[in-house]
Design a protein around this ligand. Structure first.
Ligand SMILES: [Zn+2]
Length: 144
């Protein structure tokens, strides 16, 4: 199975999730694709309200997930021409997904994808100044 196919499989499983309709069967499928450990870690982040959806003044949104070592930016919907359709600024994504390719994604991306479908993101309206400080804070993390 090519990388493109696996991500379209993931997308179709995610599309079947709706608020109040997160079936055991779906959880099982996600557990097989991503490993149970990663799925449980992602569900834990959602339970702890760690997935934040920042609504920006110009109408778009930005996702951030609060991790142990700070907030990470998550980009859950990159253009379909990208080989991997999502990105996270955490170290695990760089090492396990991009470099060693041992995982399909990190727990932050998985949490964001599921939380979006379940409408469980914590929504925050953000003004321009807050957004700029958010981005600069996260750029610092990427560089360190
Ligand atoms: Zn991550």
């Amino acid at each position: 199975m090519s990388t493109i196919n696996i991500y379209s499989v993931i997308r179709s499983i995610l599309d079947s999730i709706e608020p109040g309709n997160f079936s055991d069967e779906t959880i099982e499928k996600l557990g097989v694709l991503f490993s149970e450990q990663l799925l449980l870690a992602a569900l834990d982040l959602i339970d702890r309200d760690c997935v934040i959806k920042y609504i920006l003044p110009w109408g778009s949104s930005h996702f951030g997930v609060l991790g142990l070592t700070g907030p990470y930016s998550v980009f859950p919907n990159l253009h379909h021409s990208c080989p991997i359709p999502f990105f996270c600024t955490c170290p695990a994504f760089s090492y396990a997904v991009l470099i060693s390719q041992s995982q399909l994604t990190c727990k932050h991306v998985l949490a964001t994808l599921i939380a979006e479908r379940l409408s469980k993101c914590v929504v925050r309206n953000t003004d321009s100044d807050e957004f700029i400080s958010l981005v600069s804070q996260q750029n610092l993390q990427v560089n360190t």
